[in-house]
Design a binder for this molecule. Structure first.
Ligand code: SF4
Length: 83
């Protein structure tokens, strides 16, 4: 399993800077930081610690099994960013 960021993301980069496994990209110093429409979690690197949820002030992050139906597509979108 993994956590997933949805389009409620406001790109404050707090989660990306605190993730212990650097699973969240782009980070603030990456070239795509300005152009990416949101941040994404690499499902191969996420260890399901849940820390990013408490940091997210826009409630954009869900455990994959808890994604609302209208946000289900973001599981694929997060994974696709890394492939
Ligand atoms: S759940 Fe933990 S490991 Fe996964 S993206 Fe969030 S902070 Fe990183």
């Amino acid at each position: 399993m993994a956590y997933v960021i949805t389009d409620a993301c406001v790109k404050d980069f707090l989660c990306a800077s605190e993730c212990a496994t650097t699973a969240i990209h782009p980070m603030i110093d990456e070239t795509s930081a300005d152009t990416a429409s949101q941040l994404y979690i690499n499902p191969d690197e996420c260890i399901d610690c849940g820390n990013c949820i408490s940091l997210c002030q826009s409630n954009a992050i869900f455990q994959i099994d808890d994604l609302p139906d209208d946000k289900a597509e973001f599981a694929e979108k997060n994974a696709a960013y890394f492939h």
